[in-house]
Design a protein around this ligand. Sequence first.
Ligand code: SF4
Length: 700
Amino acid sequence: MPVETKTTCPYCGVGCGVIARVDDDGTVSVKGDPDHPANLGRLCSKGSALAETLDLDGRLLHPEIGGQKAGWNEALDLVAGRFADAIAAHGPESVAFYVSGQLLTEDYYVANKLMKGFIGSANIDTNSRLCMSSSVAGHRRAFGADTVPGTYEDIELADLVILTGSNLAWCHPVIYQRLAAAKAARPGMKVVVIDPRRTMTSDIADLHLAIRPDGDVALFNGLLAHLAKGTAVDENCVAAHTSGFADAFAAASAMTFPALVERTGLGASELRQFFGLFERTEKVVTCYSQGVNQSSSGSDKVNAIINCHLATGRIGRPGMGPFSLTGQPNAMGGREVGGLANMLAAHMTIESAADRDRVQRFWGSPAIATRPGLKAVDMFEAVADGRIKALWIMATNPVVSMPDADRVEAAIKACPFVVVSDVLKTTDTARHAHVLLPAAGWGEKDGTVTNSERRISRQRTFLDAAGEARADWWQLSQVARRMGFAGFDYASPADIFDEHARLSAFENDGSRDFDIGAHAGIAPAGYEAMEPFQWPQPAGHTKATTRFFAKGGFYHPDGRARFVAVVPAETDRTSAAYPFTLNTGRIRDQWHTMTRTGKSARLSAHIAEPFAEIHPRDALETGIGNAGLVEIESPRGKAIVRALVTERQARGNVFVPMHWNDQFAAKARIDALVPPLTDKVSGQPASKNVAVAVRPFPAS
Ligand code: SF4
């Protein structure tokens, strides 16, 4: 008899429910779960091709030490011993974990607990740093805690949806489908897309603003200044529930309108049209994603957007609010359990002595990190300069995805001890591991993920683990026990979920910031049957909190939100030697470094090779022909890709996807060109707005 299992898609932050069916002959097929609130039965091309990515080609089927097959005991003993040796000789700051938004929340929790509560360092960071940490920083500055105020339904209920730095049609396709359906049903609904490129998302737009890269702070400052001169500001809301408006308005008003035109690259009439739409429309949702976050001013961009929603009181009510779209399937879950180097579990902070004390007593741990650890870029810098002696990389491929990727690869190669836990043994990063630990893949592992709207869903097992693969939480727990630590005797992910839930309510004194991610503990039977739900949903509450802040109640101690006065940074990084601006991004049918989606011929047929979108006049002036090869160079490195000459691209800009590595195409790792420039608040790398030279290849 065929068996159907309800689970969740492992790709993007939309978090679609999937029904996986295994037939008697072992054939797997998938379809969208009509009961899952995120997708209501829909799937995108990537999700619908999941069954095509489950073969064993390239799978890591057993532990390896130095490239040789090893037993689990031998490998785990070696990992525990080498980490303990490094800590004994050089202290807890000499070791690090680099983890991933692909991990399930239970994996993330155990990794965070081991590093912060028992090793006593906060050197655990995640590839989610590359994805949404500027949104986290912006939320914490504005709201006093990291939370998304609204829900996907708000995007459908809005009369104006602004998409900035988001190619929703390709990167969050099911949300795009929901938006497109809502717009078709309500022709009065307006969509504004803000992006230097005219992407597929722009096709739904009533107004496309081809903004200069990193012009967002200026644009939303200009909007705030415009709103404050009219009648759209909700003075009661500002007075009762916020502080800092005068400073934010002063900063926003400092730029003249001609300067705003210059800084944004937009026409005066376009700006007025956009400002007027926002001013006149009560129900506004502003969605933002990597084009906002992946910037040296990403946090300021987020706060510039939030400022406009706070000023108008358009937050936390149906069809209103700022909305951060997370990239990865469990970027949000990682935030809940403290998977970032500057956070603790259950939304508590390392900076707070009371939080540290509470977490340490709950864990019964011998030591707890007292200061934030190394964020992703700084972590690999510490690997490069020899401060990190032992590094454990889980479920991610930094040799392709990190900025300054060649230097990251050299650092990993030179690190005295590198452990990689992964599904595949063929990734660019796995090649450099001293120890490889086979991880259970999608369909084999069991746990929870949280999507962009704070909805916790189960990923469930429907396949036997390949070879000797084991869950990441099990690997971590085994190493912790071998290092002599108590509190890691979990029998299942249900145990871990329950422990995290109990921590989220531990000594709950009613202070709001402690309530933020609370949800009730749950018995194993309930865990198995768990339906998707949004946090917070503390014990005794039968209904989740769908929206925050409609009546204030922000998480700063005084209950008020903060306007953040932000000033546009200088954005033009080009020079005579590097006259073009490179923006990296994603395409519709590939995910991250293609380790899974690259297995599907159907997905690869969409776009078969890496490319650079370039404007026809730029192509003409540089001698680049359509479909010819083009060399892109920055001070950090070079890549060679196919030219795609198109008027969708703004002049002076090139767009190159970040997916391809040197296995799929020669010299295609575009992140090797990206400098390790980060946002000063969030530490998120600026994967956009990179100065490059562009020329035909080979040079004539
Ligand atoms: Fe998976 Fe995202 Fe596509 Fe949904 S939209 S099926 S979560 S990749």
